[in-house]
Design a protein around this ligand. Structure first.
Ligand code: SF4
Length: 289
């Protein structure tokens, strides 16, 4: 299979065929993100992608899931995505769900009818980085979208019947705006009402704008207890009809897996126990992205 640079995929796509249909991220401006630094965004040629699908059909004929990499592969023109998904359906018939990274910019390029077409061709889930529901924070991290944009674009995917997994970033607003960020993010998550929420905790990556801000004292990373208070406030403000809220990524200090709304009270009590010092937190040296 053709792979260029580091290939990222969501943890839940660990068993999926990874098909690199683009390289890098077409936005590549978020101040905290070091994933594709120094990497130019390119679209993989159809010839290479089709050869990879043929390879996957020969070597992984029983695979049930496939993930389209890289950063925001949904930015591909509709005709290219259609051709890729049709090819997958034709020669990898056991693949029952295709996943993709999506951001506001790439969702803006698609109509609901486009997304419905992709869903009929097997696109089952989109992973979207919200990071924060606080407009001031979104502007500060250069996300390229407002909270209202996020709600509207996520709504298109929901209207098309594509499942959504939304990532939020604890700590990204800094120490001062921590609780404002938490509550605003809970409100936006409630408006989007995704099937899955994944909360990661900020880790400062070298060569990012945020790293320089931390070094210069312009940004203060909240400590572990502040991050926990932020998580608590975010979950308290998040009202999902039937969704999973996970904060069990290796970057998090306390693993949390909650089905909302059922597990909300128990989860808040769990966090309170940790805040009271009755549960141990993941030590800093074991945290990872
Ligand atoms: S849109 Fe995603 S991949 Fe691209 S720079 Fe922002 S966080 Fe990184």
């Amino acid at each position: 299979m053709y792979y260029q640079g580091t290939v990222y995929r969501p943890p839940s796509e660990a068993d999926s065929i990874l098909l690199q249909v683009t390289t890098g991220c077409s936005h590549n401006k978020c101040t905290f993100c070091g994933m594709y630094k120094g990497q130019r965004f390119t679209i993989t040629s159809e010839e290479i992608v089709f050869a990879d699908i043929d390879y996957a059909a020969r070597h992984f004929p029983h695979a049930r899931r496939l993930f389209l990499c890289d950063g925001d592969a949904l930015i591909l023109p509709q005709a290219r995505l259609r051709a890729i998904l049709e090819r997958i359906q034709a020669i990898l018939p056991r693949v029952s769900r295709v996943g993709i990274y999506a951001n506001c910019k790439s969702l803006k390029t698609k109509t609901v009818a486009d997304l419905e077409e992709l869903r009929r061709l097997g696109l089952g889930i989109a992973y979207m980085g919200l990071e924060s529901g606080d407009d001031q924070t979104l502007a500060a991290i250069n996300k390229g979208a407002t909270a209202a944009d996020m709600i509207a674009m996520a709504g298109k995917a929901r209207a098309a019947g594509i499942k959504l997994s939304v990532t939020v970033l604890l700590g990204v607003a800094g120490a001062e705006r921590s609780l404002i960020h938490a509550e605003a993010t809970g409100r936006v998550l409630s408006a989007i009402d995704p099937e899955y929420v994944g909360a990661l905790s900020l880790m400062i990556e070298p060569e990012t704008k945020l790293y320089a801000d931390v070094q210069a004292g312009r940004f203060v990373v909240p400590g572990p207890l502040s991050i926990l208070r932020e998580l608590r406030a975010m979950i308290a403000a998040t009202h999902l009809k039937n969704g999973l809220f996970h904060a069990n990524h290796a970057s998090n200090y306390l693993p949390v897996r909650a089905k909302l709304p059922d597990d909300k009270e128990a989860t808040l009590e769990l966090i309170d126990r940790a805040l009271a010092g009755n549960l141990s937190l993941r030590p800093e040296f074991l945290r990872a992205l």
